[in-house]
Design a protein around this ligand. Structure first.
Ligand code: FES
Length: 198
């Protein structure tokens, strides 16, 4: 049997970029049939990798996939986003990713394998709230006039750039965590597994 979007192929499950209300109804109708797939659901909750299709993620857009019960953000960064990040060095706690919030292959100025894609767990490193995306530059995002785009945690005001790097003098102590991940192709990414099988 070939792998498709309805079949759990081994440890991986395909996560599509968009979820709709119609999709939820379809899932509910299929529950009796899918009950026999319970072991795969257990495997998923135990931390099995998830696969995502990023082929339709336009520049400037973000999608979220769930891995180990956590939201993982994938952002297709534009050149303007990358240029804005490059100017932030002295405003950030750990601009060069020297602490331990990412695998070695994300210890670089972009905190990523490919500069144009950010992959990070969307959970604030202060007390675990979910930061809100504030991609618009300047005061339009309700942050500072020189805001280059990023994330604002609504709980206690921590701010993060578009690589998940935390700003200084905020409650959050560390950058957002980058999960293990790898690319299967330009269109497919796996979260929770890298080339070392982590
Ligand atoms: S939980 Fe994010 S700033 Fe406190």
């Amino acid at each position: 049997m070939s792998c498709d979007e309805k079949v759990d192929c081994g440890r991986r499950r395909l996560i599509v970029a968009t979820a709709t209300v119609g999709g939820v109804a379809g899932v509910a109708a299929a529950v009796p049939f899918l009950a026999s797939f319970a072991p795969s659901e257990r495997a998923k909750s135990a931390g099995a990798p998830v696969e995502a299709d990023i082929s339709k993620l336009a520049p400037g857009q973000m999608m979220t996939v769930e891995w180990r019960g956590k939201p993982v953000w994938i952002i297709h960064r534009t050149k303007e986003m990358l240029d804005g990040m490059a100017k932030l060095g002295d405003k950030l706690v750990d601009p060069n990713s020297e602490r331990h919030q990412q695998p070695d292959y994300a210890k670089n100025e972009h905190r990523s394998i490919k500069p144009e894609y950010m992959v990070a767990i969307g959970i604030c490193t202060h007390l675990g709230c979910s930061p809100s995306d504030k991609f618009k530059t300047g005061a339009e995002s309700g942050v500072d006039a020189d805001w280059p785009g990023g994330f604002l945690c609504p709980c206690h005001g921590s701010t993060f750039d578009l690589a998940g790097r935390v700003y200084k003098n905020k409650p959050a102590p560390d950058n957002l965590e980058v999960p293990p991940h790898k690319y299967l192709s330009d269109a497919r990414i796996v979260i929770g597994e890298d080339t070392k099988g982590a």
